[in-house]
Design a protein around this ligand. Structure first.
Ligand code: ADP
Ligand code: MG
Length: 316
């Protein structure tokens, strides 16, 4: 048995001359909530379609549960529930009938699970309503119910919070966060919204122009070149002292854009406590010292911002 529920190796997928996936590789450990972030058009849905055998790679390999998806799709994907792109429900049929048809479910055991899951996802009292009457948030809950129905231990959700209002986002976020602990599922979720992934996921990969720019546990990725904001007396002298003391461990030091009294210190590794100690020991009064917020956004922009879309074109 593999410790990874999913491995993607060097997957290439072209549409005409366009490389939607350009050698993407990643692996997802069992039991985590794994996020793939990337701007619109990065290749997220294409990757999920290949993982779930709805599309086929030009080259590369995908295994789910250690089984090759191209060679043995049914066997590999048993116990995997996926919603890629927005699911197309039958608007004039009830939610219950939609679940039955789309999951091809039948039997007593299935019906019991359907009712139980509908309770869990919060749509139990809506099962007899036509899907036409559902809000976007309710449709997402229905989609998640559908993904969970085949007793899934691997749940794949493509942009599940897309288009929801803030309340709906919080509800769906909580639902996804609990899937692991409540149902023992590994979850793979995509989003183009960094904040969502940062809040939900234990691990993540950054997909840009069809390539994985970085992946790993959230904490590890967030630890990349951390930025500390410091408000201290005499910022000029404080800056000189930190530069002298930390040398190359400080990658950059400058004033915060909207507050010139605050030092913005980018370091190789997390060292806020050491920065504080150095300043205090040398007689500076430190009135504020904190990690810069929106860390993931900054890391994301650093990893993806400089690249151009041109290299996605296959040379001909
Ligand atoms: P994401 O889900 O990250 O927004 P997609 O995987 O949907 O990105 O798309 C990646 C790129 O591949 C986009 O530029 C898209 O236009 C292109 N693409 C996706 N599917 C097809 C297809 N069936 N035919 C042609 N181009 C496609
Ligand atoms: Mg998509």
């Amino acid at each position: 048995m593999s410790e990874n529920i999913l491995t993607v190796e060097n997957v290439v997928k072209t549409f005409g001359k366009f490389r939607a996936l350009d050698g993407a590789s990643l692996s997802i450990p069992k039991g985590c909530i794994f996020g793939i972030i990337g701007p619109n058009g990065a290749g997220k849905s294409t990757l999920l379609r290949i993982v779930t055998s709805l599309a086929h790679p030009d080259s590369g390999h995908v295994t789910v549960n250690g089984i090759d998806v191209e060679a043995y799709p049914r066997k590999a994907l048993t116990g995997t529930g996926a919603i890629v792109d927005s699911p197309a429900f039958y608007p004039d049929l009830s939610a219950r009938l939609n679940l039955d048809i789309l999951s091809r479910g039948h039997g007593k055991k299935y019906r019991a699970r359907r009712e139980e899951l509908a309770e869990y996802t919060g749509i139990a009292s809506w099962l007899d309503h036509r899907v036409r009457e559902f809000s976007l948030g309710m449709k997402q809950r229905l989609a998640i119910t559908l993904a969970l129905l085949p007793e899934s231990h691997f749940v794949i959700l493509d942009e599940p919070t897309n288009g929801l209002d803030p309340n709906g986002i919080v509800d769906i976020r909580n639902l996804i966060s609990n899937l692991g602990s409540d149902l023992g599922a590994t979850v793979l979720v995509t989003s183009h919204m960094l904040g969502e992934i940062e809040k939900i996921c234990s691990d993540l990969a950054i997909l840009n122009h069809g390539r994985i720019a970085a992946q790993g546990p959230m904490e590890e990725i967030l630890r990349r070149s951390p930025v500390t904001l410091i408000r201290a007396t005499e910022p000029d002298r404080a800056e000189a002292l930190l530069k002298g003391t930390f040398g190359p461990r400080i990658l950059s030091i400058r004033r915060k854009e909207d507050d010139a009294a605050v030092l913005r210190v980018e370091t190789e590794t997390e060292c806020a406590a050491e920065l504080n100690e150095t300043l205090v020991k040398n007689g500076f009064a430190v009135s504020m010292l904190e990690n810069e917020p929106d860390r993931l956004e900054r890391i994301f922009l650093e990893l993806t911002g400089r690249e151009s879309g041109v290299r996605n074109e296959v040379q001909s």
